[in-house]
Design a protein around this ligand. Structure first.
Ligand SMILES: [Zn+2]
Ligand SMILES: [Zn+2]
Length: 274
C-alpha cells in the first residue's frame, strides 16, 4: 500500500517540521510583527499559506507517485536501433542485466537496495519521502525542493525581521526562543538552497546524482587514458530542462504535470542532436 510510505519516522519528521514552521511563521512571528488583522499580515499569511499548501501537495506527490518500475518484459532492442554505430553501442552497454531482479536494466535504471527493485532513471533513494526518486517523480521532487526553499527563505526573512524589531524587555527565555528559531530557519534555508542548486546543476546537464558520481570516475579514467569525456545525455541547457519540467512553461511548476514523459526505457543521447 502506497499510504504505508507515510508511516516512517523521517516522513513524520517532515510533516512535523512543516507544521511547526507554518505555525511559528504565521501565529508567532507574523502576528508579533504586523498582526494578522492588518492588511500586510493578512496578505503575507495568505501567500505563506499558499506556498505551504504547494509544498504539502508536492510532498504527497513525491511520496505517492511510483518512481518507475522496469517492465518484466523489457529486453534491450539491439537490432532495431541499428547494430554497429557508437550511439547504439553506448545505449546497449548501459542496458545490462540486474543480478538481483534477474531482468534487463534499461539505460539510466539502477537497482535500489532499499526498495529491492530496479528503478527507471534512478536519482537516489530519499528517506525523507520514503521512496526512490526516479523517472516519474523526479519533477515532483525538484518542485518540492524549489517550493520548500522559497517557503523557508520567506519564513527566515519574517523571523529575522520580527526578531530585530522586537523589544524583549529583559525576557531572556523569549529572546533565546527567537534566536533559536532564527538560527534554525537560516540553517534550513541554506540546506534547502544548496540541495536546490545541486539539482539545478544536474538538470541543466541532464544527469542524475548516480550518474554524476559515475561521471567523476569516467572523467578520471578518460584523463588517465588521454581521451576526452562527453556527457552522453546532455542535449543542451534548454532541452535538458524541458526533459524534466516539460515543454509547456505554464506547467513547469506543477509537480504532477508529467505528460511529456515517455516510457523511461530509452533516452536520446547527445550525438542524436548534434
Ligand atoms: Zn534490480
Ligand atoms: Zn529506493
Amino acid at each position: 500500500m502506497k499510504c504505508e510510505r507515510f508511516l516512517t519516522i523521517p516522513v513524520s519528521a517532515v510533516f512535523l517540521s512543516m507544521g511547526f514552521v507554518y505555525y511559528i511563521t504565521i501565529f508567532v512571528f507574523m502576528e508579533d510583527w504586523v498582526g494578522l488583522q492588518s492588511s500586510a499580515g493578512s496578505l503575507n499569511s495568505l501567500i505563506f499559506s499558499f506556498l505551504s499548501f504547494l509544498c504539502l501537495f508536492s510532498f504527497f506527490s513525491c511520496v505517492l507517485i511510483d518512481p518507475g518500475l522496469v517492465p518484466a518484459s523489457y529486453i534491450p532492442d539491439v537490432e532495431e536501433s541499428g547494430g554497429s554505430d557508437k550511439e547504439t553501442d553506448k545505449n546497449v552497454a548501459q542496458s545490462t542485466r540486474c543480478d538481483k531482479c534477474s531482468t534487463y536494466k534499461p539505460p539510466r535504471a539502477h537497482h535500489c537496495r532499499v526498495c529491492r527493485r530496479c528503478v527507471l532513471r534512478m536519482d537516489h533513494h530519499c528517506q525523507w519521502i520514503n521512496n526512490c526518486v526516479g523517472y516519474w517523480n523526479y519533477k515532483a521532487f525538484f518542485i518540492l525542493v524549489l517550493y520548500a526553499t522559497i517557503g523557508s527563505i520567506y519564513s527566515t526573512v519574517i523571523v529575522i525581521t520580527c526578531s530585530c524589531q522586537k523589544d524583549f524587555g529583559g525576557k531572556v527565555s523569549l529572546k533565546t526562543f527567537y534566536i533559536i528559531c532564527g538560527a534554525a530557519m537560516i540553517g534550513l534555508s541554506v540546506t534547502l538552497a544548496t540541495l536546490l542548486g545541486w539539482h539545478i546543476y544536474l538538470i541543466i546537464h541532464n544527469m542524475t546524482t548516480i550518474e554524476y558520481y559515475d561521471e567523476v570516475r569516467a572523467m578520471w579514467m578518460a584523463r588517465k587514458t588521454g581521451q576526452s569525456y562527453r556527457r552522453p545525455f546532455d542535449l543542451g541547457v534548454y532541452k535538458n530542462i524541458t526533459l524534466v519540467l516539460g515543454t509547456n512553461m505554464l506547467k513547469w511548476l506543477c509537480p504532477t504535470s508529467v505528460s511529456h514523459l515517455k516510457d523511461g526505457l530509452t533516452f536520446p543521447i547527445s550525438r542524436d542532436n548534434s
